[in-house]
Design a protein around this ligand. Structure first.
Ligand SMILES: Cc1cc2nc3c(=O)[nH]c(=O)nc-3n(C[C@H](O)[C@H](O)[C@H](O)COP(=O)(O)OP(=O)(O)OC[C@H]3O[C@@H](n4cnc5c(N)ncnc54)[C@H](O)[C@@H]3O)c2cc1C
Length: 490
């Protein structure tokens, strides 16, 4: 198809994950014409579940923090107009959000800062002074989060606070924390895929605080549908099943995108809501400086994950209203391995969904690295089933023997790589480690006028981090003054 006036818009967003659709909705609300282009047949990216034997298997949204009335993510959801479209299950009704099972103790993460402090003090009586120091920082960061505007534009004091930018592991060792407390706090680092020795304190505290505010589960494909329908209600256009193959650039200025089908969508603002390494090959040769290309290519990414879904008999294996993590630690308290478990009610009467997620050993899957999803052959399917069965045997030590259990599906980092184009199958995009602090700063900007980035790699991953990142990107596009006047997050 040839370029035509009908194919012109104000903003093109590449990618319809939560990052892309959030940016699209904000800009639509500000009066822009927006077209979102998605490579997959259905929009939603990692928000979208997939169905096996009539059961929705989640991919990238297992639980979300800070969605209580007036809390920071809820305020962003309210602004976007998606809150009422998503039915949420409030976790922690039994007092627990997460149960962490370590080799020698179990810790229950409650909702609320004060209850968390109480549980910490009871579990680690030898660490009272350390807990005081940790809670002070955690409350400071939670306060920043509560004042969303401050989080979008932190003041000088934030950047001058060296403690916030230190690696959490170093700080806890300097404060002589016990190995138990060290491993417990390390759990949050594994949620966001950063080794504790390299995880900036503020980053850890933001993730932890977001779940302590309140934690929620959502159902099936509701979240993806909510974002899609909201985008369309506001007049946004979503083109699915047609990958962007080129970003059009004229005289160092973004001019639109060219799709695989041959369609050209012209726009003076293009937002790549995809991994920066995925955006690079879409740019014309010479459009950005070699130094920028090197900076992006050298970025280290978070690791991939292995996920397995089973259906279990609901009578024998009741739904558990909190998450369970089995954590292997080393002798110093470092988190060596984690398996995440969730048992939830499914769409099929009498059946619950049992999901497990753990880290991946890329070496185990090297054989299939050069193959594409759907084309990997029987050996790969068997390797996945074998790994899923091993995880199930491990789970039986916690949940007891499984009865009437049926394998639904398993996926590896290779699936994620092919499905949403994340480099190497990275689960949470760019690794925001202390070592990469400078290289990962201001990732939403490029030297091409009108070309911006959004998505989990620009600021932070997860529903919270990616959403905040898109607000940041729009703030950069329209300028802080207009943003302050027109994007009201109170
Ligand atoms: C297994 C797993 C579990 C997770 N669990 C949680 C959780 O419980 N809670 C939480 O808060 N976060 C969780 N996360 C993280 C969270 O899902 C992500 O941070 C977030 O969804 C990322 O959104 P995004 O928009 O940046 O990326 P994506 O959702 O990946 O969106 C990018 C989109 O761009 C599309 N695309 C790529 N290339 C092109 C192209 N050339 N043309 C057009 N379209 C293109 C992709 O198909 C995709 O739809 C999890 C992630 C994983 C992998």
């Amino acid at each position: 198809m040839k370029d035509s006036p009908d194919e012109a818009t104000d903003v093109v967003v590449i990618g319809s994950g939560i990052g892309g659709l959030t940016a699209a909705i904000i800009l639509l609300k500000l009066g822009c014409r927006v077209t979102v282009v998605e490579k997959n047949p259905l929009p939603g990216g990692l928000m979208r579940s997939y169905i096996r034997r009539g059961i929705a298997c989640p991919v990238g949204v297992h639980y979300v923090g800070s969605l209580g009335s007036g809390q920071p993510l809820r305020r962003m959801f309210d602004y976007l107009g998606v809150s009422s479209k998503i039915s949420l299950e409030h976790m922690g009704a039994n007092g627990i959000i997460d149960r962490y099972i370590f080799n020698d103790f179990t810790f229950e993460l409650p909702e609320g800062m004060d209850r968390f402090e109480e549980n910490l003090r009871l579990a680690f009586p030898q660490d009272q002074e350390q807990i005081t120091l940790i809670m002070k920082n955690l409350r400071d960061i939670a306060g920043q989060m509560d004042r969303l505007e401050a989080l979008l534009s932190p003041d000088r004091d934030f950047f001058l606070n060296e403690t916030f930018f230190a690696p959490l592991g170093d700080l806890l060792r300097k404060w002589n924390c016990s190995p138990g407390l060290y491993s417990l706090l390390g759990m949050t680092c594994s949620w966001i895929g950063i080794p504790m020795e390299e995880c900036p304190v503020y980053y850890h505290h933001m993730a932890l605080a977001s779940y302590l505010f309140s934690s929620w589960r959502c159902h099936g494909t509701e979240m993806a549908e909510a974002y899609v329908s909201r985008t369309e209600e506001l007049g946004g256009i979503i083109i699915a099943g047609d990958p962007v193959e080129k970003v059009l650039v004229h005289a160092k200025t973004a001019a639109g995108v060219a799709l695989k089908s041959g369609r050209h969508i012209r726009a003076s603002t293009v937002i790549g809501a995809i991994h920066p390494k995925t955006l690079l090959p879409l740019l014309p040769a010479g459009a950005v400086r070699p130094a920028y290309i090197d900076r992006i290519l050298q970025l280290q990414d978070t690791h991939g994950v292995f996920c397995a879904h089973f259906s279990v008999n609901a009578e024998d294996h009741k739904a558990v209203p909190h998450n369970i993590f089995k954590v292997e630690t080393d002798e110093t308290g470092g988190v060596a391995d984690v398996v995440f478990y969730q048992i939830r009610v499914s769409e099929q009467p009498g059946l619950n969904l049992f999901s497990m997620i753990t880290s991946i050993e890329p070496e185990d899957w090297r054989l299939w690295e050069n193959t594409r999803t759907g084309n990997r052959g029987r050996d790969y399917v068997e390797a996945k089933e074998k790994k899923a069965a091993a995880l199930l045997r491990g789970a039986a030590k916690i949940f007891g023997p499984f009865k009437n259990v049926k394998f639904l599906d398993a996926y590896t980092h290779l699936t994620l790589r092919d499905w949403v184009n994340t480099p190497g199958g990275s689960a949470y995009g760019v690794l925001r480690s202390t070592r990469q602090l400078t290289r990962t700063a201001l990732l939403n900007r490029t030297s091409i006028q009108g070309l911006h980035l959004a998505g989990q790699s620009v600021l932070a991953p997860g529903v919270f981090g990616t959403t905040l990142g898109s607000f940041h990107t729009v703030r950069h596009i329209i300028g802080p003054d207009r943003f302050g006047k027109e994007v009201l997050l109170s």
